[in-house]
Design a binder for this molecule. Structure first.
Ligand code: NAD
Length: 270
């Protein structure tokens, strides 16, 4: 997600710093951006000069200190409260008071994340959809503490990125994943109980419900670890057993069958 978000900011004319603890993920991210922009050049939707300018406007680093001069930061690290809290606390220490700290979390409470910082009014959810360059929606999530100014600035920024911001209040899974994840989970239960094969489940949802992608293929795209984390947040946050993750999902995550990112999930990605 970080790579897609960096691509959208840089193609919209912003100077970008892309930070990850893993040098390998940074390298893969830049390769993926290069490939994505290369396709635009091939289709003559972007000039080679513009592609070079966009690539040059993204600087990578393994050190969060390199973010200290940034006006707006979108955190997109692993979907885990402890990991995100550590990153936000660090950013809060090194960034000017004016910097807005946005989180791309799929489900974790923005109110809790904001409380990790001394600038809770300048923390907000900026939930991009996958794949970021293709998806227009940004679900903007107000923490309990988020100020009206932070909401307005984030809305303006999303518009500059060519996205459509839609606001939601902080609540487990917000709007998008509160509705999407039970459907994906139910598709996994349907497979688990032997009602149909994966291909048939996806085909029925695509042809019958006009979904552009089936729920199991979508789970592979999102990452099964992310799907499981979001369902756990929904289950813990609401106390409602309807969000109980399917045992097959848990097994697949234990087996590191996470979907596209590990080469195999419900489908193989050789
Ligand atoms: N996958 C999706 O479809 C999707 C969609 C919308 C939002 N999100 C959210 O975006 C975030 C990232 O999801 P993803 O699918 O890209 O996950 P991912 O596991 O593919 O990537 C997470 C990245 O964070 C890096 N990281 C971990 N700890 C770090 C730290 N302390 N400092 C810097 N980098 C660190 C990892 O090296 C990794 O490259 C999550 O919050 C997720 O819920 C995901």
């Amino acid at each position: 997600m970080g790579q897609g978000i960096a691509q959208v900011f840089s193609t919209s004319g912003f100077e970008v710093r892309l930070v990850d603890v893993s040098a390998q993920r940074l390298h893969q991210g830049m390769e993926a951006i290069d490939a994505s922009l290369g396709r635009l050049v091939q289709k003559q939707q972007m000039t080679p000069e513009n592609r070079d300018r966009v690539i040059a406007s993204i600087r990578t680093s393994r050190h969060p200190d390199s973010l200290h001069g940034c006006e707006f930061i979108v955190e997109a690290v692993t979907e885990n409260l402890a990991v995100k809290s550590g990153v936000l606390q660090k950013l809060d220490r090194i960034c000017p008071d004016t910097t807005i700290l946005a989180s791309n979390t799929s489900s974790i409470s923005l109110t809790r994340l904001a409380a990790q910082t001394a600038r809770a009014d300048r923390v907000i959810g900026m939930h991009f959809m996958n794949p970021v360059p293709l998806m227009k929606l940004v679900e903007v999530v107000r923490a309990y503490q988020t100020s009206e100014n932070t909401c307005k600035e984030t809305e303006q920024l999303a518009l500059k990125l060519g996205r459509t911001p839609v606001f939601a209040n902080d609540s487990p899974g917000f709007v998008s994943n509160r509705i999407l994840m039970p459907m994906i989970n139910e598709a996994i239960f349907t497979l688990h109980e032997g009602v149909a094969e994966a291909e048939a489940i996806d085909e029925i949802m695509k042809l019958g419900m006009n979904h552009p992608i089936g729920p199991l293929a979508l789970a592979d795209l999102i990452g099964l670890d992310v799907v499981l984390s979001v369902l756990e947040v929904l289950q813990d946050g609401t106390g409602d057993p309807k969000f109980r993750p399917c045992p097959l999902l848990k097994k697949m995550v234990d087996a590191n069958l996470l979907g596209r990112k590990t080469g195999k999930g419900f489908y193989p990605y050789p």
